[in-house]
Design a protein around this ligand. Structure first.
Ligand code: UDP
Length: 354
């Protein structure tokens, strides 16, 4: 089900994955390990989970906002490539603490970029987002779409992409930004998946309701300018995203300046997701209509033609039933997510090798 991967790692190729204990980062770290890359995960476990880090990766607990700590780790571990997944990433939450979001995400980005430039890193890949684009709800969003974020989270990623640009142009590091749409689904073995506390994302919430762990799903707005009044999103399987990251990493050996939108190209409304989950699980899911959530655009659907053309990427696992079945299997097998993981004290620093 992983369609990639045309090349083997170069000897000694070492990827530092910041935020690799989180949802998307852990799946990318898993795929990198499986393909034979050497992987070091840095994470403070504030929202990530130690048990989500693959066995074959090294894990270094780290407060990525601490420049001295970050720079010490780069000097010690000498990565050849960096992937940055570490960020606060909730649209609604970013309205409640806009400056905190921007400061946090930029501190991490600038610390990593500075350490990368100072330590001979050749490739840097940023986990970016569809939230950088303005949308008027017409048409699929390509890379040519205006950069015009609707919320502080999206703005923080625009700023991170700005750092990326100068890391490339002024420091000579090859860079890529993958702007993904709605990451979803889980590994097909059901042993790695999405676990947030509190959960705010639609698909896990709908599945928790199907499992009887919540009594209803709040629908944020039924008066959006969409056919059924609920927001439309482009759900892309997390393994397809992992595949995109590996393809971009391989391409960065030769070229820089890669900017790609990554989504399935198909939009589903909140009501579509609930109905599909009811059909797949055979459970009835109650809903309550609530006011719109701040910062939610009505429609976000990707045009991923560029990454398809340049890197041969295809969303092979992103049919909606595949996404929901894999998420359902993960949540049914691990209803409490990763248990036993707790945030690490700051500024602890110890290398734990699997
Ligand atoms: N949503 C919802 N109820 C929920 C969670 C999300 O109606 O309990 C909606 C949300 O307003 C958005 C869509 O589902 O339109 C996807 O939200 P999610 O938080 O999963 O991802 P986002 O698009 O914000 O990154």
């Amino acid at each position: 089900m992983v369609s990639a991967i045309l090349a083997k790692p170069a000897p000694g190729e070492h990827v530092l994955v910041a935020g690799g204990a989180g949802y998307v980062g852990s799946h990318v770290a898993w795929l990198l390990c499986r393909l034979g890359f050497r992987v070091t995960v840095l994470d403070d476990l504030s929202t990530g989970h130690r048990d989500a880090v693959p066995d074959h990766a090294s894990f270094i607990p780290c407060d990525l906002r601490d420049q001295e700590q970050v720079s010490g780790i780069f000097m010690e571990t000498k990565p050849s490539a960096v992937m940055n997944f570490a960020a606060r990433s909730l649209v609604g939450d970013s309205y409640r603490d806009p400056m905190g979001y921007i400061r946090h995400n930029l501190m991490i980005m600038t610390n990593l970029a500075q350490a990368a430039a100072a330590n001979g890193v050749s490739s840097f890949l940023l986990s970016s987002t569809a939230a950088i684009f303005g949308t008027d709800g017409t048409g699929k969003i390509s890379e040519a779409w205006p950069i015009h974020p609707n919320n502080p989270y999206g703005e923080s990623k625009v700023m991170c992409e700005g750092v990326l640009r100068w890391l490339e142009e002024a420091c000579g590091v090859h860079t890529a930004a993958l702007r993904y749409f709605n990451a979803s689904g889980a590994l097909f073995c059901a042993d790695l998946g999405e676990a947030h506390d509190p959960e705010t994302h639609l698909i896990p919430i709908v599945i928790q309701a199907a499992l009887g762990r919540r009594d209803h799903v709040d629908m944020f707005g039924a008066d959006h300018p969409t056919p059924d009044g609920t927001c439309i999103r482009d759900y892309v399987h997390v393994l397809d995203l992992a595949d995109a990251h590996v393809r971009a990493l391989l391409a960065l050996r030769k070229v820089g300046g890669l900017r790609y939108n990554v989504g399935s190209g198909t939009g589903y409304s909140v009501k579509d997701i609930i109905q599909a989950t009811e059909e797949i699980t055979g459970r009835r899911i109650a809903t309550i209509v609530r006011p719109r959530r701040a910062g939610d655009p009505a429609t976000l659907v990707a045009c991923s033609d560029r990454i398809g053309r340049d890197l041969g990427w295809r969303p092979v696992n992103s049919a909606l039933p595949t996404i929901i079945r894999s998420a359902w299997a993960w949540h049914a097998k691990h209803p409490d997510g990763f248990t036993g993981a707790s945030p690490l004290p700051r500024p602890a620093m110890m290398a734990l090798h699997a």
